[in-house]
Write a protein that binds this ligand. Structure first.
Ligand SMILES: Cc1cc2nc3c(=O)[nH]c(=O)nc-3n(C[C@H](O)[C@H](O)[C@H](O)COP(=O)(O)O)c2cc1C
Length: 206
């Protein structure tokens, strides 16, 4: 039975400029033509088992790199890294900067240096890992769907092949401690950390 409207929070239909309703930030590293790694800050990413789905702008360097070389590292920053993430925000590895981005973005070849981050070698893929990120997932492209429209987004499915984690957030080789790991959340273009734990699901093992 429907509750009376008087008991419920009132709603309005709205047209939000963005629908970034709060997802973890990823620093995606991909391989440039010259063998160096580019970093794309992104937040449209989610995991299903070992499959991870990424949404990337079709005018960006990250997607261009993945189409040429289907390997990447999904580096997950924690809230302490938000200023480094924001230092990357106005940059693109695409040169010349696409007309649609030219007013707000500038070209940067070395994003590691621009953000004060450290590149370290991955085990199974060529793009570098970001040492400061507590979780780093090496992955390979399985499927990639483009729209052909530079203002829209490609959808990329990758498969995780090696997962690295800082020792300090681990309980064991198979469990990351949810009390010590916290993602950096992108919530309607503002950065947040997690609040206190509310509870756990019936399948939680720790
Ligand atoms: C926190 C954050 C999240 C973002 N999320 C995405 C995203 O999910 N997908 C995307 O294509 N761009 C996203 N962007 C914008 C890209 O980072 C931006 O277009 C950048 O220039 C891409 O760099 P690249 O061209 O070197 O790949 C995000 C930016 C920030 C700062």
């Amino acid at each position: 039975m429907m509750k009376s409207d008087q008991c419920l929070p009132p709603t309005r239909t709205v047209t939000p400029k963005v629908l970034y309703y709060g997802t973890p930030v990823v620093l995606l590293t991909t391989l440039n033509e010259d063998g160096a790694s580019n970093i794309t800050p992104m937040s449209s990413a989610w995991a299903l088992g070992n499959q991870i789905i990424l949404g990337l702008g079709e005018g960006g360097k990250g997607l261009e790199n993945l189409r040429r070389h289907g390997e990447c590292v999904i580096n997950l920053p924690d809230p302490s890294l938000w200023e480094q993430v924001e230092a990357l925000a106005p940059l693109t590895g695409t040169s010349p900067v696409p007309a649609l981005k030219a007013q707000q973005f500038r070209f940067e070849k070395n994003k590691f240096q621009a953000a004060g981050l450290t590149a370290i070698a991955a085990q199974q893929v060529t793009p570098a890992r970001i040492a400061e990120c507590p979780i780093q997932i090496e992955a390979r492209v399985v499927d990639l769907r483009m729209t052909g429209d530079p203002v829209r987004f490609g959808i990329i499915e990758v498969e995780a092949i090696v997962v690295h984690a800082h020792a300090g957030i681990l309980i064991s080789e198979s469990h990351i401690d949810p009390l010590r790991w916290s993602p950096l959340i992108y919530n309607f273009r503002h950065y947040f950390g997690l609040g206190a734990e509310l509870g756990k699901t019936f399948r939680a093992e720790i």
